[in-house]
Design a protein around this ligand. Structure first.
Ligand code: HEC
Length: 216
């Protein structure tokens, strides 16, 4: 009987230390979940390292050019007539602007998010998975927020890259009401986007994602 009891205690100790280990391994578990998600997102095994490198730099170039164009125009619009003017600008110009760049780069350029302002920017099922993955990743202690390339089919390559709340300007329209964003400004945003979800962000947080289809 005594023997049985001591076995039981040892087993309990094992279980206990295992649970403790699991807790400290939280980050590794996250990593496994992320890897599983990435794998379930599709396989890029048919792409060579050179191809992945080439498409990544192509995607980065387009994302950066699009960001530059959008943010230059946004800054100019804020300067000319404050947030009110800029929101009007985004409302009429953001999508046509990415469309015109799409033609220029022979690609489909899209911005999407889990918390949308414009429902036209809504994610498809694969984009949703990638967004979930980036969100989990962004909450890790040392997040690695890097672009991802997937081969959709023979002549379509998909590029994803995270969009972060990179500076204080973003908060003027995506921040916290009465803290980093003026209530008056948000009232204007609400007029254009009654179903807006894209607020309460803090500096450095994960905001959304570029999804760029590169046509071959
Ligand atoms: C002047 C206000 C304003 C500022 C400043 C601003 N945004 Fe936005 N943002 C908007 C509006 C309006 C939309 C909706 C555009 C549309 O209709 O496509 C939007 C849409 C987006 C989207 C597309 C997804 C969605 O929710 O529809 C992303 C991503 C985004 N903003 C990120 C940023 C980032 C990052 C910054 C800072 C670099 C920033 N925004 C600065 C007003 C702003």
């Amino acid at each position: 009987m005594y023997l049985f009891k001591s076995y039981f205690v040892t087993i309990l100790q094992y279980v206990f230390t295992f649970i403790l280990k699991l807790l400290t391994m939280r980050n590794y578990i996250m990593l496994v979940i992320i890897l599983a998600l990435v794998i379930s997102c599709g396989s890029d095994s048919s792409l060579t390292d050179e191809q992945i490198e080439k498409y990544t730099s192509q995607g980065n170039k387009i994302a950066q050019a699009s960001f530059k164009k959008l943010s230059n125009q946004l800054q100019a619009a804020i300067k000319a007539g404050g947030v009110e003017n800029a929101v009007g600008f985004c409302n009429v110009a953001a999508l046509p602007l990415t469309d015109s760049l799409s033609t220029k780069y022979n690609a489909i350029i899209k911005r999407t998010s889990l918390k949308l302002r414009n429902s036209k920017n809504g994610p498809d099922s694969l984009e949703k998975k990638m967004l979930d993955m980036y969100l989990i990743m962004s909450r890790m202690r040392n997040p690695i927020m890097i672009p991802k390339i997937l081969e959709k089919n023979k002549d379509k390559i998909q590029f994803y890259a995270p969009i972060m709340i990179a500076n204080e300007t973003c908060l003027k329209c995506h921040g916290i009401i009465e803290q980093t964003m003026l209530k008056d400004d948000y009232d204007i945003i609400k007029r254009f986007y009654p179903n807006d979800k894209a607020i309460d962000y803090k500096l450095g947080q994960f905001r959304g994602m570029w999804s760029i289809t590169l046509k071959q």
